[in-house]
Design a protein around this ligand. Sequence first.
Ligand code: MBD
Ligand code: FE
Length: 300
Amino acid sequence: MDIKTIDALLNKINESATHEGNARTKQVVNRIIRDLFITIDDLDVTPNEFWSALNYLGEAGQSGELGLLAAGLGFEHFLDVRLDEAETKAGLAGGTPRTIEGPLYVAGAPESTGHARLDNGNEPGETLVMRGRVLGEDGQPVRGALVEVWHANHLGNYSHFDKSQAEFNLRRSIRTDENGTYSFRSVVPIGYSVPPEGKTQQLLDLLGRHGHRPAHIHFFVSAPGHRKLTTQINIEGDPYLWDDFAFATREGLVPAVKKEEGATGKPYGIDGQFALIDFDFSLVKERNNVPTSEVERVRA
Ligand code: MBD
Ligand code: FE
């Protein structure tokens, strides 16, 4: 089809507006519609294909998998890359790398200061301690920073979404103590895979892709006067470490996992062997010449 024919049709649609509406919505939606019209025409998308795609999105929405789809199609990582670029342009450098939040955060986890235990004591798997400091741009520890942590269990499932787990299992909020340190005891997580019978997996199959994530632990780190950090650390040695279906693995987010036993475990009430991760989070100062790093989205 002639692009002029497409634009004439789009004009007719836009001119059918009877009131002002929202300028930004009009700008974005009209652009997407135009791009899709062109795609349909260029690729000769059939009516059957169009309706099947529409139905797919409806079903993906109904099953609550749109957030998962956004991660799997790379949108969420793309938004990270854009925010990184905006920061670089504004001369902002340093700090712990950000990486995607994912769709499985739950607000309202129990809060404590200094230390938290994330598991309830009968979680199968290898005992884990992670500890470190929250640092400011000047390299000084930040006291009272909030470290929100959440991760999957030994089956790769997350509490709240997996109703077999207790409320807030493997989810806590930890305030750094007067030395800016945090620590938590938990169980080493296993990688996540998208629901095998779900809408995301259905599309991944058609794209010739897998739906696996390497084992990881999520964090929000926030403190007054600092840009909020959304990030994850990955567990080294995972076969999917650099083959994440959500593209979230980054240099600087794969700390060493040390095998420890004895005195090191004492402060955490651990007698035998355990895995230890030492990791400091570095925050950068709040600035007004950069888009906010605080993302608003509907969360559980
Ligand atoms: C997850 O645990 C996750 O972190 C992402 C990004 C997508 C699905 C499940
Ligand atoms: Fe996750």
